[in-house]
Design a protein around this ligand. Structure first.
Ligand SMILES: Nc1nc2c(c(=O)[nH]1)N[C@H]1C(S)=C(S)[C@@H](COP(=O)(O)O)O[C@H]1N2
Ligand SMILES: [Mo]
Length: 325
């Protein structure tokens, strides 16, 4: 089955890729994917329906903000049918098809480590104190595709401050649910489960950092990381960890899941940067999902920090962004 898929992919690749370096990158991508059984998904762009599990209306409780007011969001259908969520399979359509087994309610978040207010919180209580905001952010996956997504959620900083991190809290580590019944993809060792991501405390406290509980005015569909996921729009998509059950403050830099998988390819920072290529994807340009045609997809130039440099560049003064990719 896998071999068959790869053959088809090669054919598509030849039509799809005009640029030679892209073509070579794709080929090595395909080879590597065959070895690791990951990633071919970038080609499954042509979704039809599958609304996915989509919950309650949040619009009454949500204020609009100016974040992204000049951006045009992708459609709900695009945002919920072209996903990366390996706990439900490695294809872009798999999460929409499979994530119905996730039970986002009730949901608990454990807060631990270097903070005064450790505890086990019911998600309702965890989010209730904060004003929900709608923020439209650009979203950029390291696979060189992008979307625009209207999130609903709360600033991460507001939430983290209430737990009173100590002076030793230099990093915030997030974990996804570990449950093979709810997340059947965890039965296979595709990644080292549970999925882990982290930010420096300064990154986490940046006003752009966001904890999303919804999109398009409704609670998050399971495939987008229900009921709680991280949104850090200046970083590659893999930093945006889904279905969070644990927030842990610590002094040392952790190894995030994709770094653990391939440290030469995925770093800790993962800031969007057109000048630092991934071994398999040139980052100079990005394919805008759903725009243009199959043979001539719409592309745009990648922006440093995904266009959010005014807000976040100061976090990295003096840091070599080539070494610290
Ligand atoms: N737990 C978990 N979180 C995850 C992933 C995953 O496989 N598991 N994939 C990441 C990647 S690579 C991307 S691009 C985004 C995709 O988010 P979206 O499907 O909502 O667009 O989720 C990120 N968060
Ligand atoms: Mo991604």
């Amino acid at each position: 089955m896998k071999n068959k898929v790869i053959k088809v992919m090669k054919k598509i690749t030849e039509h799809y890729i005009t640029d030679e370096s892209h073509y070579l990158n794709r080929r090595s991508f395909i080879k590597k994917s065959a070895r690791f059984g990951i990633g071919l998904a970038a080609f499954n762009a042509f979704s039809s329906s599958a609304e996915g599990v989509h919950g309650g209306d949040l619009s009454d409780k949500t204020i609009l903000t100016n974040y992204g007011k000049d951006l045009t969001p992708h459609s709900f259908k695009e945002i919920t049918n072209y996903n990366n969520f390996y706990e439900f399979g490695t294809g872009k359509r798999d999460p929409a098809k499979n994530a119905h087994t996730l039970k986002p309610k009730p949901w608990h978040v454990k807060v631990s480590g270097e903070c005064a207010k450790q505890g086990d919180y019911d998600l309702e209580d965890f989010i209730a104190p904060y004003q929900l905001e709608e923020r439209t952010y650009r979203f950029r996956c390291v696979e060189a595709w992008s979307m625009v997504i209207p999130w609903v959620g709360v600033p991460l900083a507001s939430v983290l401050k209430t737990f009173k991190p100590t002076s030793k809290a230099k990093y915030v580590v997030f974990k996804t649910l570990m449950d093979k019944e709810q997340m059947p993809g965890q039965k296979r060792a595709t990644l080292n489960w549970p999925y882990i991501e982290a930010l420096t405390i300064a990154e986490a406290m940046n006003p752009l950092s966001f904890l999303a509980v919804g999109l398009y005015g409704k609670t998050l569909p399971n495939q987008n990381g229900a009921p709680l996921r991280l949104v850090v729009p200046w970083k590659y998509g893999f930093k945006n960890i889904k279905s969070i059950v644990s927030i842990h403050f610590q002094e040392t830099m952790p190894i995030n899941t994709w770094q653990d998988q391939a440290a030469s390819e995925y770093g800790f920072y993962a800031n969007v940067n057109p000048e630092v290529d991934h071994p398999r994807w040139s980052q100079a340009r990005e394919r805008v999902i759903g725009k243009g045609s199959f043979f001539s997809p719409k592309k745009r130039k990648t922006e440093l920090f995904n266009g959010y440099g005014d807000e976040v560049a100061h976090l990295y003064t003096g840091l070599d962004l080539v070494k610290n990719f």
